[in-house]
Design a protein around this ligand. Structure first.
Ligand SMILES: C[S@@+](CC[C@H](N)C(=O)[O-])C[C@H]1O[C@@H](n2cnc3c(N)ncnc32)[C@H](O)[C@@H]1O
Length: 165
C-alpha cells in the first residue's frame, strides 16, 4: 500500500485486526480506522492492538458499509482482505468506497478463497468482477497483483481515484 507516516487508512471488514496492527507500525501521524460489523471481531482487534501497544493509533468502528457515508473524502488508502465475497451489492460497495477516498487515493481489494465451499481457483473470476465494477464506479489505472501465500492463489485489485487536473 506504500503507506506513509501521514497516510489516512481505512480497512473495511478488519476482523481480528492483523493488518491494522501492521499499518500502525508505519502510520504515526495520519489516521487508521478499522470497520467491522461483528462485535466479536472488534473486540478481538481491540485486544490485538492493545497487546501490540498500538491501540491509540487505530480507531475501531462497529458497523457495516452504510457507515462509509460518514467519511466523505477522508482517506487515501481504503482496503479490504477477504471481505468482498460477503458483499452482495458490489456496485454499491465500490461507489461508497470511491466517495470515502480523497483525490489520488487508492482502493485495494484482496480475495483468497480459503473455505471448503469456495472454488480454490476463484480469485481470478472475482478479480475480473471487481475490476469491472471498480471501473464503472470511476476508478482509474485498475490493475491486479498476485499474492503467493497460503493455500490458494490470491489476487489484489488496485484502483485509484484520479487526481483532478
Ligand atoms: C474473512 S474475515 C477477514 C478479516 C480480516 N480482513 C482478515 O483478513 O483477517 C471477514 C470480515 O469481514 C466482516 N464483514 C463481513 N461483511 C461485512 C460488512 N457488510 N460490513 C462490515 N464488516 C463485514 C466480518 O465480520 C469479518 O470480520
Amino acid at each position: 500500500m506504500n503507506l506513509q507516516p501521514d497516510s489516512r487508512v481505512l480497512e473495511i471488514g478488519c476482523g481480528p485486526g492483523l493488518a491494522l496492527a501492521l499499518c500502525a507500525e508505519t502510520v504515526s501521524e495520519g489516521r487508521i480506522i478499522g470497520l467491522d460489523h461483528s462485535p466479536v471481531m472488534i473486540e478481538q482487534a481491540r485486544k490485538r492492538l492493545e497487546a501490540s501497544g498500538s491501540e491509540s493509533s487505530v480507531d475501531l468502528v462497529f458497523g457495516g458499509v452504510d457507515r462509509l457515508k460518514e467519511w466523505p473524502g477522508a482517506f487515501d488508502r481504503v482496503y479490504s482482505l477477504n471481505l468482498i465475497q460477503f458483499i452482495a451489492d458490489k456496485t454499491d460497495f465500490f461507489q461508497r468506497v470511491f466517495a470515502t477516498l480523497d483525490q489520488g487515493g487508492i482502493c485495494l481489494t484482496t480475495y483468497q478463497p480459503r473455505l471448503d465451499n469456495e472454488d480454490p481457483n476463484g480469485a481470478s473470476a472475482m478479480a475480473d468482477k471487481v475490476t469491472r465494477i471498480m471501473k464503472e464506479a470511476g476508478f482509474k489505472q485498475v490493475v491486479r497483483i498476485g499474492i503467493v501465500a497460503g493455500p490458494s492463489p490470491a489476487l489484489c485489485v488496485i484502483g485509484q481515484k484520479e487526481v483532478r487536473r
